[in-house]
Design a protein around this ligand. Structure first.
Ligand code: C2E
Ligand code: MG
Ligand code: MG
Ligand code: MG
Length: 285
């Protein structure tokens, strides 16, 4: 909502707003330069997703960081919405997709077959060239079906535009899977969800952080699990930080987890070693 307000509302001049606007323009210029001239400023971190039942790493989520020459390592919260507003997200999103696929191919060459999840902005879906772009990557990097998961938030499913559904289906034909990110924080109706080929729900951290002890959030998790089961979807809990949360989720039958309790997002080489060190080692075979 803040995003819309920022774009459409009449803005009154105040020195403070002027400073903010300047700051945003500067960052936008820096990001454009990084994308055009120095993509090494961008880096993907990967956070493992574990199956707590088996102890195996079942995948990882690619999370972008920006090594800004003056500001240091920046988190997506500091630049994704700016990238969306300025349209730079299209190019940034392409870079993220390409880098994640290239990394997966490097891991595969080293004997590690690991699904990678990539966050997609709704702005990327609007672009008709997303499907051919992903097709090119899948072919170039020999991405096997099911090995590339695209994460979308409920907002991306809100559009009434039938073309969106076509994009989803075309990407699915290429072997992509879809996860619904931050599940529970949006307003999607079940009937709407059913129209999309989603294979996994990611329970938002907000419902995990109060476990155990919050009856309401336990109820949300239980309802999500049972709904997902009925609809043939997997469920992964995000933001699992404590033993208590881990065991509460397990007791409710939610086994897929992602969070600081297991590992923080880390550079690609570290992720490779993290997986290789797991008791159920899946590393080089
Ligand atoms: P998200 O997709 O929901 O990703 C999960 C966020 O939660 C990540 O933050 C991750 O570092 C953080 N997290 C994971 N486990 C824990 C935990 O146990 N506790 C806490 N407190 N946090 C945890 P990050 O990397 O700062 O990313 C924030 C958001 O930025 C992401 O939320 C996603 O919406 C967006 N984002 C990240 N990378 C990309 C990208 O390449 N493209 C787009 N469009 N969005 C991205
Ligand atoms: Mg995500
Ligand atoms: Mg999320
Ligand atoms: Mg989030």
């Amino acid at each position: 909502a803040a995003k819309e307000a920022g774009r459409d509302t009449l803005r009154y001049y105040t020195p403070d707003m002027n400073t903010q606007a300047m700051e945003r323009l500067t960052l936008e210029r820096d990001l454009r330069r990084a994308l055009q001239d120095d993509p090494t400023q961008l880096v993907l971190y990967y956070q493992p997703q574990l199956d707590a039942d088996t102890g195996r790493c079942i995948g990882c989520e690619a999370l972008v960081r920006w090594r800004h020459p003056l500001r240091g390592l920046m988190l997506p919260g500091e630049f994704i919405s700016l990238a969306e507003r300025s349209g730079l997200i299209v190019e940034l999103g392409r870079w993220v997709l390409a880098e994640a696929c290239a990394e997966q191919a490097r891991w595969a060459a080293a004997g590690l077959l690991l699904p990678v999840s990539v966050n997609l902005s709704p702005v990327q879906l609007e672009r008709s060239d997303l499907t051919p772009y992903v097709r090119g990557l899948v072919q170039r990097y020999q991405i096997a079906p099911g090995m590339l998961e695209l994460e979308l938030t409920e907002g991306a499913l809100m559009s009434e535009d039938a073309r969106h559904l076509e994009v989803f289906n075309a990407l699915m034909q290429l072997g992509c899977r879809f996860a619904l990110d931050d599940f529970g924080t949006g307003y999607s109706s079940l009937s709407r969800l059913k129209r999309f080929p989603i294979s996994r729900l990611k329970i938002d951290q907000a419902f995990v952080s109060t476990l155990p002890g919050s009856g309401d959030d336990e109820a949300v998790v239980r309802a999500t699990l049972s709904m997902a089961r009925d609809m043939g979807m997997d469920v992964v809990a995000e933001g699992v930080e404590t033993d208590g949360q881990h065991h509460c989720l397990l007791a409710m039958g939610c086994t897929q987890m992602q969070g600081y309790r297991f590992a923080r997002p880390m550079p690609a080489a570290e992720l490779y070693h993290f997986v290789a060190r797991l008791p159920q080692a899946q590393g080089a075979s």
